[in-house]
Design a protein around this ligand. Structure first.
Ligand SMILES: Nc1ncnc2c1ncn2[C@@H]1O[C@H](COP(=O)(O)OP(=O)(O)OP(=O)(O)O)[C@@H](O)[C@H]1O
Ligand SMILES: [Mg+2]
Length: 235
């Protein structure tokens, strides 16, 4: 199962969610590999740094070109239960890499913050997904709402964020479990990159555990639907 975190906008918590999901799946006993296509990121926020510090047993790959990525993805799919990729930011200069990644992904996860600036470009992301689906028709997409702030109007009314996503991109499904803003947990976790699913209990840890459990069951249901569809098409 190849899972890719992507968005055309930067700073939407792609790397933080990718590293937490990689470590969460690893702790559940799955064979996980991480693919960092944004390794040049400054500071300690990259998938490579976060996963490297929190769970050094997880192998990390940094393919240098779309061609290297194309060859790597099918190999990793055979070796690991899950690969978790952090896509490069933006879709213009990195289009070839992103398309290659989505062509070989089972799920693309699109994090958004409850802000118009993060939600409005979803139409661009949807277009890229549609392009990838020409070659990969079973590609599934889900939007993840992160950084809900209970002190704001949208934070108190998460449905308004979901409604906005659906106005911009009516066909993108939104994960039911949202993630609250939790600067304290992420600040503390800085020593471990941005991995907050370990250590003391925190709102972010609670929400991420529930989100990843929802995602895993969603993926299991989807795989079984896809294999039924394929069996029906072949009969
Ligand atoms: N629920 C949360 N509460 C508070 N801070 C969070 C939460 N989720 C992520 N963050 C923080 O938000 C910041 C931005 O996240 P991150 O670096 O993962 O975004 P990104 O989409 O990968 O950005 P870039 O486009 O620069 O690669 C990080 O400092 C991260 O620790
Ligand atoms: Mg990043």
């Amino acid at each position: 199962m190849n899972i890719t975190f992507a968005h055309s906008k930067g700073g939407v918590t792609k790397s933080a969610l990718a590293s937490n999901l990689s470590v969460w799946l690893h702790r559940k006993g799955h064979q996980v590999a991480a693919i960092d296509l944004d390794a040049g990121e400054y500071g300690n926020k990259s998938l490579t740094t976060s996963v490297g510090q929190a769970a050094p047993e997880i192998p990390i790959y940094q393919p240098a070109s779309p061609e290297e990525l194309r060859d790597l993805l099918p190999q990793l799919a055979e070796q690991f239960h899950f690969t978790v990729a952090d896509a490069p930011g933006g879709f213009q200069s990195t289009a070839k890499t992103n398309i290659e990644l989505l062509k070989h992904s089972d799920f693309v996860l699109i994090p958004v913050k409850p802000e118009f600036d993060a939600i409005e470009p979803l139409s661009v992301v949807e277009q890229i997904i549609a392009e990838a689906r020409i070659q990969n028709p079973l590609l599934e997409a889900r939007v993840i709402i992160n950084c809900l702030d209970g002190r704001t109007r949208t934070g108190r009314d998460p449905q308004s964020v979901v409604d906005l996503v659906h106005i911009i991109s009516p066909n993108l499904r939104v994960m039911n479990q949202k993630v609250r803003i939790d600067s304290s947990a992420f600040q503390t976790a800085r020593i471990n990159g941005s991995v907050v699913i370990q250590g003391g209990r925190s709102p972010a840890q609670e929400d991420l555990n529930a989100l990843f459990a929802e995602l895993l069951s969603d993926m299991i249901v989807t795989i079984s639907q896809h294999s039924q569809q394929m069996a029906a098409a072949n009969s």
